[in-house]
Ligand binder design. Structure first.
Ligand SMILES: [Ca+2]
Ligand SMILES: [Ca+2]
Length: 383
């Protein structure tokens, strides 16, 4: 018995030594994570997202980004590179293109084309016939590392997109989070001249992006810093940045602006107390970075699935707290888009998208058309 214990102890010490000495490109820095807000008060648990209705079920895996065009057709990108269009009635779908990469953020343009932030292939345009036109693969002489989300106001020549990390490509977001150095950038794309330029850098995993009213500012979710940062593009504050929402109760992913008065933020995962506690201990985080991927993933999403979405007004005041934690929750939610009487949701791992009547999230909103519950989750293939 004593020998067994000694052997176990020796094995443990050797494993630690191995994790400590093994070379790695991950170079964590010490910081102090703010004390996470408790899930109470403004963030109190609720079951509003229990009513999320599945759509586009069984067509593909991981529809992270969701875009809705003026007609109500929905576009998603899957982990196998396909982009799929769901007809406005929700009963038919067709494949638009396959990027050969990992499409994440999508914008449905007024002319029927799509703008796609593809983690592996950079910024792409897809014309109405499905032809893929690469728009950007580098900015400021640095290759795009992890193109994550894109936004574009109809009529503008400029589109804006995020390069989440110039150091850690998809799917190694966790390594970027463990390192906690600001490798994220906001890139501006001149669609007329086909030029890319770095607009802002030094961001902690630059994830979702949303352009605000009149293009006066844009918001970026810095997942690694649990915050949303506002970047001014026009007016007296142009070129400056400020905190829009800080010390969030989870990792913010995609952001969207509803075109009038609201910002929606998806939180795929709540804060991890262990990760926060390790913020001043870069050496330990470096050892974690050396763990095999399956063990590392224990640090990521775990526990009972937790659907979590927040809504803010344009001053950063919390106006909606939507949650549902249960085995049948549509979670993790990576993106939220408001369109008409709906909120649409996307996820990195679900086999469907989901939607919720807006009136359940924002009381007093217009209700959806009657009979919506009868829409089939599984659509048929065809135009
Ligand atoms: Ca994202
Ligand atoms: Ca967005």
């Amino acid at each position: 018995m004593k020998k067994l214990l000694l052997a176990l102890l020796l094995g443990f010490v050797l494993a630690l030594l191995f994790l400590w000495l093994k070379p790695t490109v991950v170079d964590p820095v010490a910081w102090v994570a703010p004390v996470a807000p408790k899930l109470e008060g403004p963030y109190a648990p609720n079951t509003i997202l229990k009513d999320a209705q599945r759509l586009l079920l069984g067509v593909g895996l991981g529809p992270e980004g969701v875009a809705v065009d003026a007609s109500g057709a929905i576009y998603v990108g899957y982990e196998d590179g396909r982009i799929v269009r769901l007809a406005p009635e929700g009963n038919r779908y067709r494949e638009v293109a396959n990027t050969g990469g990992r499409p994440l953020g999508i914008v449905a343009e007024a002319d029927g084309s799509l703008l796609v932030a593809d983690a592996d292939r950079g910024l792409l345009s897809i014309d109405p016939k499905g032809v893929i036109i690469p728009l950007s693969q580098s900015a400021g002489a640095v290759p795009l590392g992890f193109t994550d989300d894109v936004d574009h106001r109809a009529g503008d020549t400029l589109a804006f997109f995020t390069d989440a990390s110039t150091k850690f490509p998809n799917p190694h977001y966790l390594l970027d989070i463990l390192e906690h150095r600001p490798h994220g950038r906001v890139i501006v794309q001149d669609l007329a001249r086909q030029q890319s330029a770095v607009l802002f850098e030094d961001l902690y995993f630059a994830n979702g992006i949303a352009v605000g009213p009149d293009g006066a500012w844009l918001l970026v979710a810095e997942s690694g810093a649990y915050r949303i940062t506002r970047f001014w593009l026009k007016g007296p504050k142009a070129g400056s940045r400020e905190v829009f929402a800080d010390n969030l109760p989870g990792f913010p992913d995609n952001l969207s602006f509803n075109g009038r008065d609201r910002i929606w933020v998806a939180l795929p995962s709540v804060r991890d107390p262990a990760l926060d506690a390790l913020s001043p201990w870069p050496g330990v985080r470096r050892m974690l970075a050396n763990l095999p991927a399956p063990l590392q993933n224990l640090l990521g999403f775990h526990g009972t699935p937790h659907a979590f979405v927040l809504g803010f007004d344009l001053d950063g005041k919390l106006i909606a707290n939507l949650q549902y934690q249960a085995d049948d929750a549509y979670a993790p939610i990576m993106s939220v888009e408001e369109h008409g009487p709906w909120l649409y949701f996307g996820s990195l791992s679900q086999p469907s998208i989901a939607r919720l009547p807006l009136e359940l999230a924002v009381p007093g909103s217009a209700p959806p058309p009657g009979g919506w519950r009868q829409t089939l989750a599984v659509p048929t293939r065809g135009d």
